[in-house]
Design a protein around this ligand. Structure first.
Ligand SMILES: C[S@@+](CC[C@H](N)C(=O)[O-])C[C@H]1O[C@@H](n2cnc3c(N)ncnc32)[C@H](O)[C@@H]1O
Length: 445
């Protein structure tokens, strides 16, 4: 049962919120068919719990104790489903909040299809109305693609922050300013045509598609291949959301950090699929400007990279009250486990069969841009990787290697450990491997 929890009737549903609610009642976002729910589990790298634990909880998120998760503006349920599936066997609970009843109904039916109804509580209403007294406190808050649709995003963030536990973390996504340049040009064109916020009828969406189909090669839209591809494949809810939203703003990294500061929050890390595009060092390290650029605040360096690449249409990242909540990867009692991403690209098998002294993995990012991950991988590193199972600690694995001369190949413990720690750092920097503290339970089923 969905419970309505508006505290101040009319306050948060007025104005922009009412218009936004109407849009998502007419066009639940993203379009999902609950009948096809069991065909696949949609992965969200913002919400992989082993990764959140590594990046935001110093590896100490212990799921044997009841954890509380909030999905704010959860829409049709992608994050709620992915989180609930991972938490199936743990005493954790999820609160899914959304303005749109129809969107939430789709999310609920997806959860029911998976037999996970006991895991999720549903509330229809505005995240602006969340308070500790009506919602309690949460360990992790997901709010993806929502804050930038609020009239006052800082107020939305403050409401979320008010229900975050002191050592909790948030997984957020807001629009990227420069990467959406073409979108804002089209939005302006449509606004001038009198279409902003128009009723999303079949005819309107057809007309929109016709317009996009015949956009000339000179239109700014064609400067960004990813956006154009996204538009070509967009369903109605995505297309409307992109071009006719009545309330939409975007952020540069500097503006994003300023927004977080309004709630005394820090940006911990961007998610892995776009991390590469925030690194000023790889653009400027050979330039005479680098010594000065490298002294600038990190957010400014990241904004420079944002301007250089021009393709960050969104910023997906984790935030918390302390600037660094990562696990300390030099502690040998930590327990390594492979990530979902590493499973998708068969990292373990690839390392085990590699015979070169350096193992490399190429990732095709976008528009032909490639990123290569390199890990020095003498046999001892391969032996280590073979034993990673989310149960043995780094020290356990080192001991097993030491006991087997065929595996240690003459390496002393003193020589072996820096090599292994470097491999762990390289792999975990790219979200291929995560570490957890021995006092926590394994999230793997
Ligand atoms: C673009 S969709 C994103 C849905 C989901 N988070 C995702 O990433 O798939 C935005 C969602 O936020 C909801 N929303 C917008 N403003 C809200 C508010 N003030 N409180 C709660 N939900 C809100 C909308 O109803 C919609 O379902």
């Amino acid at each position: 049962m969905a419970t309505d929890f508006k505290q101040s009737p009319g306050a948060s549903t007025a104005g922009v919120t009412a218009t936004v609610k109407k849009q998502y009642e007419l066009l639940p976002y993203p379009h999902r068919d609950p009948e096809r729910e069991l065909e696949n589990l949609r992965y969200s790298n913002l919400d992989e719990i082993a990764g959140i634990n590594h990046k935001c909880f110093r590896g100490r998120l212990d799921l044997s104790k009841p954890a509380r998760i909030l999905v704010a503006g959860g829409g049709t349920g992608d994050s709620t489903v992915f989180l609930a599936e991972q938490l199936r066997d743990f005493p954790a609970e999820i609160l899914h909040v959304d303005l749109s009843e129809r969107s939430m109904d789709i999310a609920r039916r997806r959860i029911e299809k998976r037999g996970l109804e006991g895991k999720v509580e549903w509330r229809q209403g505005s995240l602006l109305d969340l308070t500790p007294s009506n919602a309690g406190y949460f360990d992790y808050i997901n709010c993806s693609g929502v804050l930038h649709h609020l009239e006052d995003p800082a107020a939305g963030l403050a409401a979320l922050n008010s229900v975050l536990k002191p050592d909790g973390a948030m997984g957020l996504m807001v629009y990227g300013k420069y990467g959406r340049t073409a979108i804002y040009q089209l939005q302006r064109l449509l606004e001038l045509a009198g279409l902003k916020g128009a009723e999303p009828s079949k005819e309107l969406l057809q007309e929109l598609r016709r317009l996009l189909d015949k956009l000339p090669a000179t239109n700014w839209q064609h400067h960004g291949q990813k956006l154009m591809a996204f538009m070509e494949n967009a369903d109605d809810s995505e297309l409307y959301d992109l071009l006719l939203h009545t309330c939409d703003r975007a952020y540069s990294v500097t503006e994003l950090v300023d927004l977080l500061a309004t709630s005394k929050l820090h940006l911990l890390e961007f998610t892995s699929e776009s991390r590469f595009f925030y690194q000023a060092e790889q653009i400027f390290r050979d330039s005479p400007w680098w010594p000065e650029i490298s002294q600038k605040p990190l957010a400014e360096q990241q904004e420079m990279a944002e301007l250089y690449w021009g393709c960050q249409i969104k910023h997906a990242f984790w935030a918390a009250r302390e600037p660094d909540r990562r696990v300390n990867p030099t502690q040998l009692n930590l327990i390594p486990g492979w990530s979902e991403l590493s499973r998708m690209v068969n990292v373990r098998e690839s390392i085990l069969t590699n015979r070169a002294s350096v193992w490399s993995l190429d990732f095709q990012l976008r528009a032909g841009i490639q990123m290569t991950i390199n890990v020095e991988s003498p046999p001892v590193v391969r032996a280590f990787c073979e034993m990673i199972n989310d149960e043995l600690s780094i020290a356990d694995i080192v001991n097993r290697i030491k006991q087997n001369p065929a595996l240690s190949e003459g390496y002393s413990e003193i020589d072996m450990i820096p090599l292994l720690l470097q491999a762990i750092r390289n792999l975990s920097d790219h979200d291929l491997l995560f570490l957890r503290h021995p006092d926590t339970v394994s999230i793997r089923r």
